[in-house]
Design a protein around this ligand. Sequence first.
Ligand code: F6P
Length: 352
Amino acid sequence: QKRLGILTSGGDCPGLNTVIRAVVSNATLTYDWQVLGIPYATKGLLETKAIPLSLHCLDLRGIDPLLSMGGTILGSINQGDTMTQIDDILAGYQALELDALIGIGGDGSLGILNELSKKGNWQFIGIPKTIDNDVALTERVVGFDTAVNTVVDALNRLTYTAASHDRVMIVEVMGRTAGHLALHSGIAGGADVILIPEIPYTIKDVCDHLRLLRNRWGRRFAIIVVAEGAKTAIDFSYASCGQPTCGIGQQIAEEIRSYSNQHIDIRVSVLGHIQRGGIPSALDRLIATAFGKAAVDLVANGQSGKMVAWQNNEVVAFPLETVLSQSPALVDPNNYLVQTARSLGIYIGNPT
Ligand code: F6P
């Protein structure tokens, strides 16, 4: 009986447990393999730990909670100093007597797992997940849709309180170096300004836009969605952990206050890790399930070093090397959504 390992790596997101469920289902029902969950990604390999996973392993009155449960039952770590422990990780993999490994991760984790699999000669298949949506060559990744919905829900709420108090509400969202989350949620959630790392903007233009909203449309409030990776003209300081001491949302608030000579009532909401939680949306469940099934089939077909991807409503596979060479995939400043935002009168930086 084949022994298939599965692990989740990097930041969590909704839909990881749904992938695990699909992998266990297909591997056991179609192929009669044994599936072993590796806790805490490469840390589990290092420590030679594995949890046998079976269908309905968390069964509650016949309900399978994995379908809709956020987070990951396997736990996860950001890979950190993994590459300094290569030999021990390879030894752990061997000791677990795994025939193949499926890893669910973003581009960083998949890159490390791909390197390890080449060194250890493992059969390895990757599944892309990230609320940042920045993995190349796939139109969808696990977790992004739920995060967009979470931000949109927050924007719905913030719009009403902003309107009640005639305030400018700045909403800082995650995304690392990419603006996909801000762009998608900003359009869907009715933002007036969207600031993303890929498109330069000026505080003067933001302030002009706020004035236009008020003077031309009589709007007394505004919603600004800013991606955490968007840069301001002013440098701000970094704490020893590498995090900015003050987030970009707060920075922009300060800059608007100091630029405009009239009083503007501004509040900042940093959505933070709320964006990583929650039950996966229907779309994320579909993607997670289709990816989990496809990854197991790829293992059965003897494939390795591949990542499953979503293209034209189908699951396809690409060599991980090709995907990684094009990741992180950032927002194309001239893409259709950016043009759509501009056509709605949203300020989204300056066209290049
Ligand atoms: O990559 C996902 C992500 O949520 C980013 O959007 C964010 O910058 C980062 O992870 C936060 O990481 P951590 O959970 O380590 O604070």
